[in-house]
Design a protein around this ligand. Structure first.
Ligand SMILES: [Zn+2]
Length: 202
């Protein structure tokens, strides 16, 4: 009787052992399956993320393209003006901001001073402020006239150190409602005769 119970117990223990082993194997498989499922879902997640970043990329690229085009369009004008403009005579790496009325040098903002309507290089500011300026004549402007005036003015300054200021002046013609451009020539009283003679061709 005792041996019967013992053998039954042994069988039971064996069965339990087998059950545990089977459960362990099953559990292991289950875990593996779950892992792979997780992996799959992670993969799909990451592919989702990828497609999202792709979308973002294309969005970014799209966004990138249009500002670039805009920039290009905008800079076109800037480039044009930069190509046309020149550098300051005293600062070769700075764009000029205008021409000195006395020397006609292109100068930068730092080198120019605005005296009313007239731009004067700071280095000639004393000359400008200490001189009296007399209007010698006013003449209706066209391209030819302006070029000749500027040429004569340049010669007077470079050859004889005579400062002459040429100003643009606008007049509204009431009769035909036109804006007419004039040139006003200013000189120091002491230079008046020489300057007048130099401009006598006009
Ligand atoms: Zn400068």
């Amino acid at each position: 009787m005792n041996t019967m119970i013992i053998s039954l117990l042994i069988v039971l223990i064996l069965l339990l052992f087998i059950l545990i082993v089977v459960l362990a194997i099953l559990g292991n498989r289950f875990l593996k399956i779950k892992e792979s499922q997780v992996n799959i879902s992670q993969n799909t997640d990451s592919s989702k993320v990828d497609s999202q970043t792709d979308k973002q990329k294309t969005k970014v690229e799209k966004r990138k393209v249009s500002p670039e085009i805009l920039e290009a369009l905008r800079s076109k004008g800037v480039d044009k003006s930069q190509i046309n403009s020149v550098y300051c005579n005293d600062h070769p790496d700075v764009y000029s901001n205008g021409k000195c009325s006395i020397s006609l040098e292109p100068l930068c903002e730092q080198c120019l001073s605005k005296q009313g309507e007239i731009l004067v290089g700071r280095k000639y500011l004393d000359l400008f402020l200490e001189s009296e300026w007399e209007e010698l004549f006013m003449i209706k402007q066209d391209k030819d006239v302006k070029d000749r005036f500027l040429k004569t003015k340049k010669e007077l300054w470079e050859n004889d150190q005579l400062p002459v200021i040429i100003q643009g002046h606008y007049k509204i013609n009431v009769q035909d409602d036109n804006i007419e451009e004039y040139i006003v020539v200013l000189a120091r009283p002491e230079d008046k005769d020489v300057v007048k003679r130099s401009f006598k061709w006009h």
